[in-house]
Design a protein around this ligand. Structure first.
Ligand code: IMP
Ligand code: MG
Length: 183
């Protein structure tokens, strides 16, 4: 099968435009404004979860107008000995979290499993406060009780790529959001 006009093919799947650049830009700028107001005088520490959040983090951080810091972490999952199966741990999480107002930046909260497993690791470092900003949230897919304090867009339970999000490594460079075509 060939990609139709407007469609993008990544590996074996086809994707169509979903949320355009102007809409994304406006929404992320608005989030930056709200966060700047909420955190005035608090010098928040943004912690962006790589890889997926890198574009969201770059645009959001540019929209922040107060003193703020940003740091990047990567999550590694490994098979633990516990009954719960895999364990997620953060690479690059520094000690400086203690006493800071942390805002965790995620690309998407799907089932919430990733954050549910990883949040205790941040909280154990005693931040002054901890909030989550997620570019996307799929409320229908949520299994674990993880709520974003700041959400870019709530979307239906369908697979999306672009603006940092990938399908098996591809699609992160698409400047707008695409959703999968299901036939
Ligand atoms: P969760 O642990 O189920 O909340 O899933 C979080 C991770 O799954 C995200 O950080 C993404 O890497 C990946 N993910 C979930 N849904 C999508 C999607 O629609 N497109 C691309 N990646 C996704
Ligand atoms: Mg991710």
């Amino acid at each position: 099968m060939e990609a139709k006009a407007n469609q993008v093919q990544l590996h074996d799947k086809f994707f169509v435009p979903f949320i355009d650049r102007a809409t994304i830009t406006a929404r992320v700028a608005a989030l930056g404004k709200v966060i700047s107001a909420d955190y005035a005088g608090k010098k928040p520490l943004f912690i962006a979860v790589l890889n997926g959040s890198f574009m969201f983090a770059a645009d959001l951080f540019r929209a922040v107008t107060i003193d703020a810091e940003i740091s990047f972490i990567k999550l590694a999952s490994y098979k633990g000995m516990s009954s719960s199966g895999s364990v997620i741990t953060a690479i690059g999480l520094e000690e400086k979290v203690a006493g800071r107002h942390v805002i965790l930046l995620e690309d998407i909260i799907d089932t919430g499993k990733t954050l549910h497993q990883f949040l205790p690791e941040i909280l154990a470092r005693n931040p002054a406060s901890m909030r989550i900003a997620s570019f996307l949230v799929k409320p229908e897919a949520l299994v674990h009780h993880v709520l974003a304090d700041y959400t870019g867009f709530e979307i239906a339970n369908e697979f999306v790529v672009g603006y940092g999000l990938d399908y098996d490594g591809l699609g992160r460079n698409l400047p707008e959001l695409y959703r999968v075509v299901t036939q």
